[in-house]
Design a protein around this ligand. Structure first.
Ligand SMILES: C[S@@+](CC[C@H](N)C(=O)[O-])C[C@H]1O[C@@H](n2cnc3c(N)ncnc32)[C@H](O)[C@@H]1O
Length: 289
C-alpha cells in the first residue's frame, strides 16, 4: 500500500471497557493521523526539546468498525503507538465514561506514557485554558512543538478555541464535518437563533456574507465554510493552507462527501509532510475498502 512498515490500523481484543462504534470510513482518518504522527515524531525528535500531542475530542482509544465488528485502536491510542513517542499527551473529552476508559487503557498498555499524559474531562471549548496550561513552557533551551488532532462529530469546535492554540508552534489536523453536519443542517444553522456557525467561524455576520458573497454565487454552503475557514486560519498565521482532503463513502453508487480533513501548519515542512502522507496513502485508497 505504501512504503511504511508502521501500520496505524491495529486490531485489538474487546477489553470490557467502553468502545464506541464507527463507520468503515473512519480508517481513512486513522491512517492519515497515524502516518502523520509517525513522520512528525521521527523527523522532529532531534530538532525539538518537547513534542506534544493534543487531542481535543479524544474518545476512549478503541473503536468498533460497525460493518465488520472488528475492534481497532482509535485516534488517541494511534498517537501513542508511533514507534517514536511524544514527550507529552494532552487529552480532552467531554464524556466521563470515554475518558475514564482511555485513561485505564493507557495505564494498562502504556504505563510510561501514562506519567506523561494529562486527561481533561469536559468540553474543549470550555477547558481551553486548562489545555493550554499543560503545554510545556517554551524557551530557547526548552523548545516545544505541538501536534493537535481535532476530531468532532459536528461543527462544535469554536474558532476561539482553535485561535488560542494558534498562538503556539502547532500543526493541526482537523475534521471539518461538512457532509456529516453542514450539508445536513444548513437550514437549521440559517435560523438566526442558531449560533453553531457563528461560533465555528467566530463571525456572527456570516449569514449576510454567505448570501452576499459574489464569489459564492452557485457555490454550496460547504464551499463557503471551507473558504472562510481557510481565510480564518491564514489570519492566524497558517499561511500555507493545504487543500482539504475529502473523505467520501459509496452510497447508492454515489460518492457521498462525509467530511474534510484539514491540515494546518505554520511551517512549510509540515505541509510537505502532509502532502507526502496524503499522496502515498490515497494512491491506494481503494485497497482499504
Ligand atoms: C468523533 S468522536 C472522536 C473520536 C476520536 N478522535 C477517536 O479517534 O476515537 C468525537 C468525540 O468528542 C466528544 N465530544 C463532543 N463534544 C466535545 C467537546 N466540546 N469537547 C470535547 N469532547 C467532545 C464526544 O463525546 C466523542 O467522544
Amino acid at each position: 500500500m505504501n512504503n511504511y512498515k508502521y501500520n496505524p490500523i491495529q486490531e485489538v481484543e474487546d477489553d470490557g471497557l467502553t468502545i464506541p462504534e464507527v463507520g468503515e470510513w473512519g480508517k481513512e482518518k486513522y491512517n492519515l493521523l497515524g502516518y502523520y504522527a509517525e513522520l512528525f515524531t521521527k523527523s522532529m525528535r532531534d530538532k525539538w526539546g518537547n513534542l506534544v500531542y493534543i487531542d481535543l475530542f479524544a474518545s476512549s482509544g478503541y473503536c468498533k468498525i460497525k460493518s465488520t465488528g472488528k475492534i481497532i485502536k482509535s485516534g488517541a491510542l494511534i498517537a501513542l503507538s508511533t514507534p517514536i513517542h511524544f514527550d507529552k499527551y494532552i487529552f480532552c473529552e467531554e464524556d466521563k465514561d470515554l475518558i475514564a476508559s482511555l485513561e485505564k487503557r493507557i495505564e494498562r498498555d502504556f504505563p510510561k506514557e501514562r506519567a506523561k499524559s494529562v486527561f481533561i474531562q469536559g468540553s474543549c471549548n470550555e477547558k481551553i485554558d486548562e489545555i493550554i496550561k499543560n503545554i510545556p513552557r517554551y524557551s530557547v533551551n526548552n523548545t516545544v512543538l505541538n501536534f493537535c488532532f481535532i476530531d468532532p462529530f459536528n461543527l462544535g469546535i469554536h474558532f476561539n478555541t482553535v485561535a488560542r492554540l494558534g498562538a503556539y508552534q502547532l500543526d493541526m489536523l482537523m475534521l471539518i464535518a461538512t457532509g456529516m453536519a453542514a450539508t445536513r443542517n444548513e437550514k437549521k444553522y440559517q435560523s438566526p437563533s442558531n449560533d453553531t456557525i457563528s461560533l465555528f467561524l467566530n463571525d456572527s455576520s456570516w449569514r449576510s456574507d454567505f448570501s452576499g458573497d459574489a464569489d459564492m454565487k452557485n457555490q454550496s454552503f460547504t464551499q463557503f465554510l471551507s473558504k472562510r475557514y481557510k481565510s480564518n486560519m491564514i489570519k492566524l498565521g497558517y499561511t500555507q493552507v493545504a487543500d482539504f482532503h475529502d473523505v467520501r463513502y459509496k452510497h447508492n453508487n454515489k460518492n457521498v462527501l462525509l467530511y474534510h480533513l484539514a491540515f494546518f501548519s505554520k511551517n512549510p515542512l509540515g505541509n510537505k509532510f502532509w502532502n507526502i502522507i496524503r499522496k502515498q496513502y490515497t494512491g491506494d485508497q481503494q485497497a482499504l475498502f
